[in-house]
Design a binder for this molecule. Structure first.
Ligand code: COA
Length: 140
């Protein structure tokens, strides 16, 4: 693998972002919506193998003391090779001075525990698709 790590949105094929999220079993949207979301984020990371997008993640933040991580995904055929770690360490480096929250896909909590994330006792969310999120196991 010839891994390249980029921290900007230039040259990103947003169709590939949507397709990767779909393949990874995560929520996905119109490619242009992903472009706007990543471009509006505080920190972004994109991983490439020989020019092919194979993983990414993003953090939103006020840049001072609060941040949240979203859309971390690795192309299924590249999972289990340490790329999720690259994404998390790279994102964390840009927001290490902040409290960081995220919500894991059900079953992926152990991945984030590796990076010292812990379950919140009072975390609450108002999802736009709240019935679907409940059905998928995100909320009570
Ligand atoms: C979750 C995901 C980003 C992890 O990426 P990855 O490249 O497969 O992970 P890595 O190979 O870098 O693994 C890093 C560490 O996390 C561990 N890990 C990975 N997935 C895990 C899981 N589901 N539960 C517990 N530990 C996990 C690995 O064993 C490894 O541990 P080690 O460093 O002690 O060997 C990737 O599997 C993925 O895209 N999944 C589908 C999308 C998704 O669910 N994203 C998260 C949304 S909240």
């Amino acid at each position: 693998m010839q891994l390249i790590v980029k921290n900007d949105c230039s040259g990103v094929e947003w169709e590939a972002v949507a397709a990767t999220l779909q393949l990874a079993g995560m929520a996905f949207h119109d490619p242009d919506k992903h472009r706007r979301a990543f471009e509006a984020s505080y920190a972004v990371v994109f991983l490439y193998d020989s020019g092919k997008l194979i993983g990414f993640g993003r953090a939103i933040s006020d840049g001072e003391y609060q941040a949240a991580i979203y859309d971390c995904a690795v192309t299924p055929s590249y999972q289990g090779k340490g790329l999720g770690r690259v994404i998390m360490e790279n994102l964390h480096a840009g927001i290490a001075h902040c409290n960081i929250i995220l919500y894991a896909s059900p079953g992926k909590e152990g991945f984030y525990e590796k990076y010292h994330f812990r379950r919140m006792k009072t975390g609450m969310a108002l999802f736009t698709d709240r019935d679907a999120k409940k059905e998928k196991g995100f909320t009570e």
